[in-house]
Design a protein around this ligand. Structure first.
Ligand code: AR6
Length: 174
């Protein structure tokens, strides 16, 4: 684990499984149909139970670069924020959409007065975004947000494995 404090808010990088992390809001790496899938999405729906998917079906979908909130089912969180990152295309649009997916979750956190939020590394699994490109975008978006007045006291980025953890540690040092 690696932490730093910015404007009184703790930013932590943690190696582990996001469904085991305690936070008011847990961010899911969802698809635009909110239909569930593998990776983080599979883990969250498995651990949280069927009510999360029922709420996703009612919402119906979410555009790329945006996020929607549901309850957290059996998970010990208040909310799941389902964020849709871009499928990596190698074009200039990727970075903007990835930043926007993170920003949408941070906006939902303010709206719901959330004090702690846990993010996975959006788009860097099935969606193919290279970790060394995604990490600085994720951290820049989070850091710029918590430099302003916020309800958040703790932001944790949960990294699955050494490679992801190292990419985020490197980006934090820049
Ligand atoms: N906890 C934390 N990180 C995880 C976990 C976990 N339990 N499982 C995987 N990761 P991904 P995406 C890491 O594929 O790229 C789904 O099918 C993983 O190593 O979950 O945004 C959805 O339904 C990677 O670094 O999300 C969408 O269709 C990161 O989390 C699509 O995948 C994100 O990997 C979304 O793809």
């Amino acid at each position: 684990m690696s932490t730093r404090t910015i404007n009184g808010v703790t930013l932590a990088l943690l190696k582990g499984n996001i469904v085991e992390v305690q936070a008011d809001a847990i961010v899911n790496a969802a698809n635009s149909g909110l239909r569930g899938g593998g990776g983080v999405d599979g883990a969250i729906h498995r651990a949280g139970g069927p009510t999360i998917m029922e709420e996703c079906r009612k919402i119906g979908g979410c555009p790329t670069g945006s996020a929607v909130a549901t309850s957290a089912g059996k998970l010990q969180a208040r909310y799941i924020f389902h964020a849709v990152g871009p499928i990596y295309s190698g074009t200039g649009e990727d970075a903007q959409l990835l930043a926007s997916a993170y920003q949408s979750c941070l906006d939902l956190a303010e709206h719901h007065r959330v004090q702690s939020i846990a993010f996975p590394s959006l788009s860097t699994g099935v969606y193919g975004y290279p970790l060394d490109e995604a990490a600085p975008i994720a951290l820049r978006t989070i850091i710029q947000h918590i430099q302003k007045p916020t309800s958040l006291q703790q932001v944790t980025v949960v990294l699955f494995g050494d490679e992801a953890f190292q990419a985020f540690e490197n980006a934090l040092e820049i």
